[in-house]
Design a protein around this ligand. Structure first.
Ligand code: HEM
Ligand SMILES: *[C@@H]1O[C@H](CO)[C@@H](O)[C@H](O)[C@H]1NC(C)=O
Ligand SMILES: *[C@@H]1O[C@H](CO)[C@@H](O)[C@H](O)[C@H]1NC(C)=O
Ligand SMILES: *[C@@H]1O[C@H](CO)[C@@H](O)[C@H](O)[C@H]1NC(C)=O
Length: 527
């Protein structure tokens, strides 16, 4: 250092010391207001300077450092996005609990983020704090992307048409058993009652998913004390866990205990099947025991298989439970559509003479369209995130999203725009009358290692995402939800318990968008 700069440093230091002495001489009230004011003013000046950069996307103004727009975004993300779009256009950024989120709304945003290059963005860096303590190590977002692509391929081995043909009767049996034995249904003894769909649908989802994907032993465990562990695990899977992944609090301890106990239980079933050489084609456990060697010859450990089972079940649990809760609630105010669905059931199942099968499900377009419309109105995941790993220029703009920021894509926002879906706020399964398939399979295809999917992701309708992180559970979800809805329609009719009630507003603060209480319906047994 030159003597000149040394003397500057010394002067600044002296001035600093002097300021500090003056600060100590102030009253407590004055000190407190300075401690609060300095970061506050710094924050505003920083935003002013930032807003002058031509290479940065417009930043939504915020008053409170670090917190940023967390409250408005967290309460009503779609309204927040819409207000921002009107002010800034489709591309803008906001601060969320210390992170800068760049949002790109609309089909071009879907393409920019979901089809970003592997080297540019990372899902694991965005999600691992939330998912790894819940799923366990070595899988999903606790491994390199190439491992995840292989894991998705392994899992898809249990999500084939042949497996679905086995699952449909098992799922139908679970739903009927639930109608008979759960307290508020008990349809053997009662012919009407009231249910809270936020209680019944998560239960029905875990029972049916466990019976089909994990087999009867794991399903039967849910009738014992085991079920509380899933609920403890769930409570550790909340948006708060994104920000604080480990805290010395009771629910974190319970989460970790549940992860260990559940994975140990799966592990012991895996070991038992291996010892007895009892590996068939029953469920996902069999599938993974047969096929879980990565492309480079490395084998997944049994512990990793157990963790992957937790991850896959978790991926399907909240999404499917929320979707079935929402379609029950929408249909509660649409007896006309319940009746149409019933007619479809009677036509395809020959007035109830045929048992429901996977193949017959494919002949029920209105059933599909009801699920499809529900997923349009209630995308379970309002925001998908990636962490930016390399500066990303935004095509056709002067903007660069810098390394270290996050990108946020919201297909669910497009789902609600009149521009793409006339009368978008209205529940209307018939808007899909010529288009009952769950998603668009048109156009060029691409394979990231887990089967071919649509290359383009600029559709305004993307309930299952797109690109290398696209959902592999789509067909399972349609099969599971279709079987549940078919059984509801053939067994019951329903309306709101309270005659003046309408479809509840969404709660965006949990992991998936859920109906706010009261989510109760009054059911009646069909004659
Ligand atoms: C209505 C039901 C479902 C919806 C709406 C849904 C939605 C999604 C979405 C939007 C993504 C992309 C996430 C992202 O890009 O960040 C995704 C990924 C995924 N989903 Fe689903 N899902 C559903 C059911 C299921 C089911 C039943 C399973 C398992 C059987 C499942 C397993 C997965 C997996 C493994 C991924 C891949 C994650 C990745 O590659 O990063 N999902 N899902
Ligand atoms: C059972 O019914 C009562 C009212 O009869 C209701 O308050 C409660 O939420 C219902 N529980 C479930 C699990 O549906
Ligand atoms: C319903 O959606 C599934 C899943 O995409 C599809 O395989 C099936 O053909 C659809 N059924 C009808 C009747 O279009
Ligand atoms: C950029 O602009 C060109 C010319 O208008 C257009 O063809 C292209 O689709 C745009 N690309 C993106 C990603 O917006």
């Amino acid at each position: 250092m030159s003597s000149k700069s040394e003397s500057i440093v010394a002067k600044v230091f002296e001035a600093g010391q002097e300021l500090f002495v003056q600060f100590l001489g102030l009253s407590i009230a004055q000190q407190v207001s300075i401690v609060i004011l300095v970061p506050f003013i710094y924050n505003i000046v920083w935003q002013l300077l930032y807003s002058m950069r031509k290479d940065r996307v417009p930043l939504v103004f915020y008053w409170i450092p670090w917190v940023g727009s967390a409250v408005t975004y967290g309460m009503k993300p779609y309204e927040f996005f819409e207000e921002c779009r009107q002010k800034y256009g489709d591309i803008f950024a906001f601060v969320l609990l210390g992170k800068v989120m760049t949002v790109y709304l609309g089909p071009k945003g879907h393409e920019f983020i979901l089809n970003a290059k592997l080297a540019d963005v990372s899902a694991e860096a965005a999600y691992t704090h939330l998912t790894t303590p819940v799923f366990g190590k070595g899988v999903i977002y606790d491994c390199p992307n190439s491992r995840l692509m292989d894991q998705k391929k392994f899992v898809k081995g249990a999500l084939t048409t042949d497996s679905f043909r086995k699952y449909v009767p098992l799922i139908a049996e679970e739903v009927q058993k639930y109608f008979l034995t759960s307290k508020n249904f008990s349809i053997g003894e009662k012919d009407h009652g009231i249910i809270n769909v936020m209680v019944t649908q998560p239960e029905m989802t875990i029972f049916t998913a466990s019976r089909s994907l994990l087999g009867s032993e794991m399903r039967d465990k849910l009738d014992t004390g085991f079920a509380y562990l899933y609920s403890d695990l769930d409570k550790g899977f909340t948006p708060l866990n994104f920000v604080f992944s480990h805290l010395p609090l009771d629910n974190y301890r319970k989460r970790d205990h549940a992860q260990q106990t559940i994975s140990a239980t799966y592990l012991s079933l895996i070991k038992k099947r291996r010892e007895n050489n009892d590996i068939k084609d029953r469920d996902l456990i069999d599938t993974l025991m047969k096929t879980s060697t990565y492309k480079d010859g490395v084998k997944m450990t049994d512990q990793e298989i157990a963790n992957l089972l937790i991850g896959v079940l978790m991926g399907g649990q909240h999404t499917s439970a929320a979707t079935s809760a929402w379609f029950i609630l929408h249909l509660a105010e649409r007896p006309d559509i319940q009746e149409e669905l019933y007619q479809e059931q009677m036509r395809v199942l020959d007035n109830g003479k045929k048992e429901l099968t996977f193949d017959l499900l494919q002949e029920m377009p209105l059933l599909n369209q009801t699920i499809k419309e529900t997923l349009r109105l209630h995308h379970p995941l309002h925001s998908l995130f990636r962490k930016v790993m390399k500066d990303m220029p935004v095509p056709n703009t002067s903007f660069v999203v810098p390394k270290g920021h996050h990108v946020l894509v919201s297909p669910g926002y497009c789902h609600l725009q009149d521009k793409y879906f006339p009368n978008a706020e209205k529940f209307n399964p018939h808007r899909w009358d010529n288009d009952a398939a769950s998603s668009y399979a048109s156009g060029e295809q691409v394979d990231y290692g887990f089967g071919s999917i649509s290359k383009g992701v600029s559709s305004p309708y993307l309930p299952f995402g797109g690109g290398r992180h696209r959902c592999i559970g789509e067909h399972f979800a349609y099969m599971q939800l279709g079987t549940i809805l078919s059984n509801f329609i053939r067994t019951l009719t329903w309306k709101y318990a309270d005659d003046s009630a309408t479809v509840p507003t969404p709660d965006f603060q949990s992991m998936v968008t859920l109906p706010l209480a009261p989510a109760e319906i009054a059911w009646k047994l069909r004659k």
